[in-house]
Design a protein around this ligand. Structure first.
Ligand SMILES: [Zn+2]
Length: 303
């Protein structure tokens, strides 16, 4: 049933801490009607303002992805967005009582568990995807991201990180999108940071909630977390997780093959914005069973 839109069967909720404030944040995921998209709602504010998860509403991409509308913002949305895209959820209301989504363990796995607690409800309306029509590249210094059309459908991401650090020297990973593969290969990969950066952020009053509970922290030589890594190449897998969350801001799955080198949120947003603004580059397609499903998805989705 990949062709159909999906929401949640019922409401689910959890509590975590905000990465920036270090304070408790309550999160509730609620079912939404077909064609709603992903809507955040700040229930700590009197008018309960809504912010649509869309690239046009991205207001900051420095440390995390922040979206905003009418001066109301919500930050650190990318891991939850990756989980929603990863599991194929099209319509949902996300209620939070703070200006940020709880960081949980720094990965998308807690959101995946939360969603699976209630399960998905199929909505008999065709899902929308965005098919890339022409290749394009976004560059900034030595970082770049390249996207090209795919003949056989699906989304493929080949990501390379290359830090001047013995543990992170060069890692490349290729991910062929499917909900099952997302859950297994990507969802558990945590955010990472260098000890000296974490100290600097704390001095600036940022990332107050950041700790070994919600990030992999690395000093000059090693991982400081006692439990070690969840995947040998957890770092590059997390970069793919971030990229999936950022690209989902187009409003659906991007059908393309992507090659990324050392990119982060800001460059990911630049690509999404570029694709969104230049309507010659992407085509919005509604999937119709069964032919389109076969054509667009057969190779990459387990239906
Ligand atoms: Zn991240």
């Amino acid at each position: 049933m990949f062709w159909a839109q999906k929401t949640l069967k019922d409401e689910v909720a959890c509590t975590g801490i905000g990465l920036h404030s270090g304070k408790k944040v309550n999160l509730k995921l609620c079912p939404a009607p077909p064609n709603t998209g992903i809507i955040f709602r700040r229930i700590d504010l009197a008018s309960r303002p809504e912010i649509k998860a869309h690239i046009a509403n991205v207001v900051d991409g420095r440390y995390a992805t922040t979206i905003g509308q009418n001066k109301v913002t919500i930050s650190t949305v990318e891991h939850l967005l990756a989980a929603l895209l990863g599991l194929g959820i099209d319509n949902i209301f996300v209620e939070v009582d703070a200006p940020e989504v709880p960081i949980m363990d720094g990965s998308a796995a807690p959101f995946v568990y939360l969603i699976k607690e209630t399960g998905l409800k199929i909505q008999p309306v065709p899902k929308r995807v965005f098919v890339l029509k022409k290749p394009c590249i976004i560059k900034e210094g030595d970082r770049w991201i390249y996207a090209a059309p795919v003949a056989d459908g699906g989304l493929r991401i080949n990501f390379t990180i290359d830090f001047d650090h013995p543990l992170l020297k060069k890692q490349t990973y290729t991910f062929h999108f499917s909900p099952k593969r997302f859950e297994k290969e990507i969802s558990r990969a945590r955010t990472f940071g260098f000890l000296k950066e974490v100290k600097w952020l704390h001095e600036q009053g940022l990332a107050r909630g950041g700790s070994l509970d919600n990030a992999v922290v690395i000093d000059e030589f090693r991982v400081l977390n006692k439990e070690g890594l969840r995947y040998k190449n957890e770092f590059v897998r997390h970069k793919i997780l971030d990229l999936l969350g950022d690209l989902s801001l187009l409003g659906g799955l991007l059908v393309a093959k992507i090659k990324a080198y050392k990119t982060g949120h800001a460059l990911n947003h630049k690509l999404a914005r570029y694709l969104w603004q230049d309507r010659h580059l992407i085509k919005e397609v509604s999937l119709h069973p069964p032919q389109t499903v076969r054509h667009v998805t057969q190779r990459h989705y387990s239906l």
